[in-house]
Design a binder for this molecule. Structure first.
Ligand code: AMP
Length: 438
């Protein structure tokens, strides 16, 4: 596999002073109309780089996260192509999007319907695990342009001979790193093997590490590689805070207090396990909070209900595990709370990226116990940024890793001094002492 590097440089001349516009891409006018109606003013970085390359027919390997506008980055040019009728006979999908989770697949389907709403004859179907078969079987029997699927259920339908890939032109592997993490690699390989070699293939991943690169090697042809390098560290609109906790009782009291902050409009609270998500949900409910849980052991309709109530603003607090919360796009989440620290540093980035979306600001709070310094260090190394310790007056930890700075940055949140790790710079405005925590 050879890759052509495209780094952050948009395909516009240096003399261009205006930021790139959607109208620069020569997309179908009815797609531009839908984009305008969506309220997007300018394309995001990943859109600026991906759209022209896709229109030219290139394979893509894109390092980008949910929240960057990546769905439109592949779906707008795809719709442009699909608006043109195909000469190939058959009913099968012309585009397949594989997603690791049902929630992400549902979001992709909704975004596709939004961007394609003015185009005629673009039929979209989704084939997801945990949902009834009948509707999916009927959808697969009809003429289809776009199929959005999770790997297991798609393979199931394929084995029953219900999927015809003979017209397939485009394959998107969304959140490929997560698909590999979740053990879908064999299913994904078998699905890809059933698609025509002539297809255009796009791989999106939050990280392009060795395992993703190895996987990509056999399925992409001379891909254009697009890195939106700031993604990993540029949570500029998200204030990251750390609160030290002595034990689980202290953690629960602190969470209760934080959730009572009127500035918190909506939050996702992340736990390490499904059982923990359920038990925390019950405790918070008993404390009078408006809360529900979201995790992989719940039935799909309960998961959908939980997400819909978060989106509609009915629900204030969602307690979730990583897998269930992957790819969730809910506008207006003011807070992300890592009640339990994530196991992998990448998950930290995914979690906090649920807030501060599309230009909004957000607060990401992490709780850490005395024994969790190694996990914190990994996260800080990964993001290249220190997470500044704060205290809530009246809820200070007995265990104080460092001296607490007296100057509050905002009411109710006192920053404490902590030596930044992983080579991160000294945060401005906070007096630093040489005596660090670790
Ligand atoms: P995604 O990364 O595809 O999950 O998109 C994240 C969010 O950004 C979604 O709510 C999109 O509706 C929104 N979005 C996508 N493209 C743009 C854009 N160019 N301007 C503003 N918002 C956008």
């Amino acid at each position: 596999m050879r890759t052509s590097e495209v780094n952050a440089e948009p395909p516009f001349t240096e003399t261009e002073t205006q930021p790139p516009q959607f109208s620069d891409f020569n997309l179908h006018p009815l797609i531009i109309k839908a984009v305008r109606e969506s309220g997007y003013e300018t394309p995001t970085a990943v859109q600026v780089q991906s759209i022209p390359a896709l229109l030219q027919g290139a394979d893509l390997m894109v390092c980008s996260q949910t929240g960057s506008g990546k769905t439109a980055a592949f779906m707008l040019p795809a719709l442009h192509k699909l608006a043109e009728a195909t000469q190939k006979p058959g009913n099968g999908p012309r585009m397949l999007v594989l997603s690791p989770t049902r929630e992400l697949a549902t979001q992709i389907t909704a975004a596709t319907q939004k961007y394609g709403k003015f185009l005629r004859k673009i039929n979209v179907a989704s084939v997801l695990g945990g949902m009834p078969y009948d509707k999916q079987i009927r959808a697969l029997a009809k003429p289809l342009e776009i199929l959005v699927a999770t790997p297991g259920r798609l393979l199931d339908h394929m084995q029953q001979g219900r999927v015809d890939f003979s017209r397939l032109e485009m394959l998107v592997l969304d959140e490929a790193d997560r698909m590999l993490d979740m053990g879908f690699i064999d299913d994904v390989r078998r699905i890809i093997a059933a698609t025509p070699e002539s297809r255009q293939t796009l791989l999106f991943s939050a990280t392009l590490d060795r395992s993703v690169a190895q996987f990509a090697r056999n399925i992409l042809r001379d891909p254009v590689r697009i890195d939106t390098p700031s993604e990993r560290t540029s949570h500029g609109d998200i204030e990251q805070r750390l609160y030290y906790v002595d034990d689980s009782a202290h953690k629960l009291r602190l969470l209760d207090q934080i959730l009572r902050d009127p500035a918190l409009t909506q939050a996702i609270v992340f736990t390490a396990t499904k059982i923990h998500a359920d038990s925390l949900m019950h405790r918070l409910t008993a404390q009078g909070h408006n809360v529900t849980a979201l995790h992989g052991d719940m039935r799909q309709n309960a998961r959908t209900r939980a997400l819909n109530s978060l989106r509609s603003g009915e629900l204030r607090v969602l307690v979730a595990t990583d897998v269930a919360a992957r790819g969730i796009d809910v506008a207006g989440l003011s807070h992300i709370i890592n009640y339990d620290l994530p196991k992998a540093a990448e998950d930290y980035v995914h979690r906090i990226g649920r807030t501060g979306r599309a230009g909004a600001t957000g607060i990401a709070i992490s709780f850490a116990a005395p024994g969790e310094s190694a996990q914190l260090r990994l996260i800080e190394r990964f993001t290249g940024q220190p997470i500044i310790a704060h205290e809530v007056p009246g809820f200070e930890p007995k265990f104080k890793p460092v001296n607490i700075a007296p100057s509050p940055t905002r009411p109710g949140a006192r920053p404490s001094n902590r030596r930044p790790l992983g080579g991160g710079g000294r945060p401005s405005g906070v007096g630093m002492r040489s005596r660090g925590f670790r």
